[in-house]
Design a protein around this ligand. Structure first.
Ligand code: 13P
Length: 248
């Protein structure tokens, strides 16, 4: 079994002062050698701050998006090489909020994952169905289509990615998927990865969507749930640390 990964997604929250307080509290509460990998994915302007505070600690960091382009005339974009400069180990790609509000297609998400891998950064590839899609019985087809685009683009490097299953209806709503609902989708994704690479056991499949200190242990106990991508609860040190402890 691979080590579990607990990654916070701060989304568009924080300030220099708030980040420092949060990170100091998380660092103070983390065991010197945590039994899980732990990371925070922060807004790009704060990467230098997070790097300065977390360098040499057990807390890794990452970004929430990356450009699909390598460099050049792409105003407002941040390249994978830039993220690398600030020590990012991870970058989230294809979060449903980016697919929804920024029109990111499966192909764009796959290109971003490819750029991250080429820069030595692990992409956390998000997939997940909307409530309407679930009600229409399309969950499996949707997540398989989203992951297939990435597998098609990155080829054998798929063993280097992290996948995050985030049902859109569970994000920020307090409506968590039940452990059984999540496990069922994770098993589908696991089978898809197995067909794509002999090293599929290396690929961690995280669950995300209203994961919190109270429900983390039951979700993380499922055989194909290898960690969590945590939104709201990652902004409170105590809650985040309790989720990390549940991943032991
Ligand atoms: P919440 O934990 O706030 O539901 O957010 C989940 C998420 O979108 C993580 O990427």
């Amino acid at each position: 079994m691979t080590r579990k990964l607990i990654a916070g997604n701060w989304k568009m929250n924080g300030s220099l002062a708030d980040n420092e307080a949060l990170l100091r509290a998380v660092l103070a509460g983390l065991p010197a050698t945590p039994t899980a990998d732990v990371a925070v994915c922060v807004p790009a302007p704060y990467l230098a701050q997070v790097q300065a505070l977390c360098q040499g600690t057990a807390l890794a960091w990452g970004a929430q998006d990356v450009s699909a382009h390598e460099r050049g005339a792409y105003t407002g974009e941040v390249s994978a090489a830039m993220l690398r400069d600030f020590g990012c180990r991870y970058v989230i790609v294809g979060h449903s909020e980016r697919r929804q509000y920024h029109g990111e297609t499966d192909e764009a998400v796959a290109a971003k994952a490819q750029r991250a891998l080429a820069a030595g950064i692990t992409p956390i590839v998000c997939v997940g169905e909307t409530e309407a899609q679930r009600n229409a019985g399309q969950t499996e087809a949707v997540v398989k289509r989203q992951l297939a685009a990435v597998i098609h683009t990155v080829g054998h490097c798929v063993s280097e990615i992290v996948v995050a299953y985030e049902p859109v209806w569970a994000i920020g709503t307090g409506r968590t998927a039940t452990p059984e609902q999540a496990q069922a989708v994770h098993a589908v994704l696991r089978a898809q990865l197995r067909a794509a690479t002999p090293s599929e056991r290396r690929v961690r499949i995280l669950y995300g969507g209203s994961m919190n200190a109270a429900n983390a242990a039951a979700l993380l106990a499922q055989p194909d749930i290898d960690g969590g991508l945590i939104g709201g609860a990652s902004l409170k040190a105590e809650d985040f640390l309790r989720i990390v402890a549940a991943a032991a």
